[in-house]
Ligand binder design. Structure first.
Ligand code: MRU
Length: 352
């Protein structure tokens, strides 16, 4: 049996020992270059999230929280000024990426944690409180991933192809990963899994990040273009699919990286199990169904331009929704830190 330590994978962010700098692995530069950003200001933190230097639902939340702890060193020493700067920072961070709900969970924990301190609390104490909340949020996300991997690994086949979409690994979380954490543990347990990583147009999180992470950890991976999965399924080369989630509504509908819905439909047609792995922080019990999930529309340039080359004729428009919604009826199992649920069981657990 693999130890938790063996499953960890790369760390995408780290708060410096003095707490004044957030070190962020710049995921835009991968796989070509391992470049680290040093974040000390709120605007730099917000831009890093918006530009996908850090991405993946749990990682965005952890980086925002730890980043705020670092940025808080530049806030005024006078308590009211410190609180005002914190409120402005939380507001700026809440306007970076709308779909992943984990970010809003972390921001709420920070807002409530600061509000709970008496009015005369010094900036130094408020700063420590923010750091404590951020570290605890990150630790819980890591523990959730480890638990998810243990619950989910038995679902995967003992041998054969497993399809995944986008990047849900250590890069997208506090370490280990959600769907990729499940794959990582299944492989470490001795399952002879061949991962197929959808390239995940237009930003190529699968081709650049999932392939980089798995290759680095010695797990067999082949990248496929997003339109190849159906063919491989029709040939029996894919035995299961597992993806992450950015937000899960009360009825079990799942928002995840654009293209996930297509994978789920293909799986149902081919009678291949389709699993979603996500921590409980990904569930948004305030939303009845997926139609209410805010879907981020990103800059059309991500579609028009590939590398330094324009791929579409000038004057032609493009759409760029970054996420889609997979209806609960297409999900065969939700892997969470609390166990594996069917849609009906998940609904009951959320309601209860
Ligand atoms: O736009 P991204 O790269 O942040 O999208 C990431 C995804 O869609 C992941 O599948 C999701 O956040 C779950 S990751 C653990």
């Amino acid at each position: 049996m693999p130890t938790d330590e063996q499953l960890l994978g790369v760390r995408a962010f780290r708060l410096s020992d003095d707490g004044k700098t957030l070190h962020l692995l710049d995921q835009r530069a991968l796989p070509g270059e391992e470049r680290w950003l040093e974040i000390r200001e709120v605007e730099a933190l917000a831009l890093a999230i918006e530009s996908l230097a850090v991405r993946g639902a749990p990682a965005i939340a952890c980086a925002a929280a730890l980043g705020l702890a670092a940025c808080a060193w530049s806030f005024p020493e006078e308590p009211a000024g410190f609180r005002a700067a914190t409120a402005a920072a939380l507001d700026r961070l809440a306007h970076t990426r709308p779909t992943a709900v984990n970010l809003f969970v972390a921001l709420r924990e920070l807002r409530e944690g600061v509000a709970a301190q008496p009015p005369e609390t010094t900036a130094a104490t408020l700063r420590s409180a923010i750091r404590e909340i951020a570290v605890s949020h990150t630790q819980r996300e890591l523990e959730s991933c480890l638990a998810m991997s243990a619950h989910g690994a038995p679902l995967l086949p003992d041998a054969g192809g497993v399809l995944t979409h986008c990047n849900t690994g250590a890069l997208a979380t506090a370490g280990v990963g959600t769907a990729l954490g499940v794959i990582r543990r299944a492989y470490a347990m001795g399952k002879r899994i061949q991962v197929f990583a959808d390239e995940t147009r237009p930003v190529l999180q699968g081709a650049r990040l999932t392939a980089w992470e798995l290759h680095r950890d010695g797990i067999p991976v082949e990248v496929i273009a997003d339109n190849m999965a159906g063919y491989l399924m029709s040939r029996g080369e894919i035995k299961a699919a597992i993806v992450g989630a950015d937000r899960i509504a009360r009825n079990g509908d799942v928002a995840n990286k654009i293209g996930t819905y297509t994978v789920a439909v293909l799986c149902r047609h081919h009678r291949i199990p389709f699993y979603v792995a996500g921590p409980w922080t990904t569930i948004d019990a305030s939303l009845a169904d997926g139609a209410a999930i805010p879907i981020e529309e990103r800059d059309a340039l991500e579609i028009h331009v590939h590398g330094d080359r324009r791929m579409t004729p000038l004057g032609v428009g493009a759409r760029n929704p970054a996420f889609d919604v997979t209806p609960a009826e297409l999900v065969d199992g939700y892997v969470t830190e609390r166990g594996v649920f069917t849609a009906a069981e998940l609904r009951a657990a959320i309601a209860g």
